[in-house]
Design a protein around this ligand. Structure first.
Ligand code: AMP
Length: 202
């Protein structure tokens, strides 16, 4: 279990690797990269130089931010490893996801495809199993994530996911709101952990 609530020093970003994505999504990814750099928060991401991934990483790096890319060996050429920044090459997707999780205090989900979905659903499933309480915030730009939220709601309304799971993640519409929301969630988790700690003593 990882219930640690350090300050926000590293944020993992899950996002699409497609260069054909809506240019506004690619621009927003760059905007978030700059915010991370300006606020001195390290970016942890999948290591690619394409799509929103490349956009967020290049922007964070260009604005003087710290970046850690984690890339499986077999994807190095397909996702065009962005090796201007610190990069770890791993052997499998599992290792990549585990390292991205371990190296981060919180998670941001920008628009993405199947790979992004896979990563965030696994992270949410770990939360559902109470394996961690790290904050997760989606950028719901142009309502991109609405169908996903509706599917989660559907599982809650069908009594397959508990109502309390709604607190597992939040969404914002503007990149400027991502870090403040993560910080609020981190504070709330800290409060919850203190309460649970106190309860443990009784
Ligand atoms: P996509 O959203 O499909 O563009 O993919 C975004 C990122 O997720 C890419 O870097 C993919 O390599 C990565 N990805 C796809 N499937 C997995 C997986 N099973 N485990 C870890 N990363 C994945």
């Amino acid at each position: 279990m990882d219930f640690s609530t350090s300050s926000l020093s590293s944020v993992c970003v899950y996002c699409g690797s497609s260069n054909a994505a809506d240019p506004d999504f690619i621009k927003a990814a760059a905007g978030f990269g700059k915010i991370l750099a300006d606020e001195g928060v390290r970016l942890v991401y999948g290591g690619g130089g394409v799509g929103l991934m490349g956009s967020v990483a290049r922007s964070a790096h260009d604005h003087g931010g710290k970046v850690l890319g984690i890339m499986p060996q077999f994807l190095r050429s397909r996702e065009i490893l962005f090796d201007t920044v610190e990069t770890v090459v791993v052997t499998s997707m599992h290792e990549r996801k585990m390292m991205m999780f371990e190296q981060s205090d919180a998670f941001v989900v920008l628009p993405g495809g199947i790979g992004t979905l896979e990563e965030v659903v696994e992270l949410l499933s770990w939360r559902r199993l109470d394996l961690h309480r790290k904050p997760i915030v989606f950028l719901d730009q142009k309502g991109f994530w609405r169908p996903f939220f509706e599917l989660v709601d559907h599982t809650i309304e069908s009594r397959l996911t508990p109502e309390a799971f709604r607190a597992a993640f939040r969404s914002v519409a503007q990149v400027e709101d991502l870090l403040p929301t993560l910080r609020v969630m981190l504070e709330e988790t800290r409060g919850l952990n203190m309460m649970l700690g106190a309860a443990d003593l009784t």
